[in-house]
Design a protein around this ligand. Structure first.
Ligand code: 5GP
Length: 139
């Protein structure tokens, strides 16, 4: 497996070089809206420590990240009035990974509504900001 590259997109989001609609932040973790959401309220949760994906992450990083993911998933489901929530995570390009910094996808799910395609359409920035605000209010 290739080495972690700190110049990846999410590395730049952590440094603040790329703007994001933040939902949650603490010393180790950042959660923000996916710019090409597969469902309304699609959030990404990432550790601030660099690892390419789940395969090279330290166990304590994973343990912390899944706890933060649970917390944000509960808030996203409540804020978006979703009927369920899917947690998704890809490792390496063959598995669908496109950004090589570990992340969990939080996908609020709605009865009878199919997911949009992965890395499909860019969402409206105002809509992402509104969703981020709603989810933050539930945390
Ligand atoms: P992956 O395919 O690696 O599991 O997921 C990467 C996710 O990052 C995709 O869902 C994609 O829409 C999202 N993404 C790509 N570039 C950016 C960006 O610059 N900002 C944000 N917020 N999301 C991004």
């Amino acid at each position: 497996m290739a080495e972690y590259d700190p110049d990846n997109i999410f590395g730049k989001v952590i440094k603040g070089d790329i703007p994001s609609h933040k939902v949650f932040e603490d010393d180790d973790t950042l959660a923000f809206m996916d710019i090409m959401p597969m469902s309304r309220g699609h959030v990404l949760v990432i550790p601030k420590t660099g690892s390419r994906n789940l395969l090279d992450a330290a166990p304590q990083v994973l343990a912390n990240l899944i706890q933060k993911t649970q917390r944000v998933a509960r808030a996203a489901m409540a804020a978006m009035e979703a009927d369920g929530v899917r947690i998704m995570q890809f490792n390496e390009a063959a598995a669908g990974q496109t950004v090589f910094h570990l992340h969990f996808h939080i996908l609020p799910m709605y009865e009878g509504v199919a997911l949009k395609s992965h890395t499909g359409e860019m969402a409206d920035a105002d809509e992402l900001a509104a969703h981020a605000e709603k989810i933050r209010a539930e945390l």
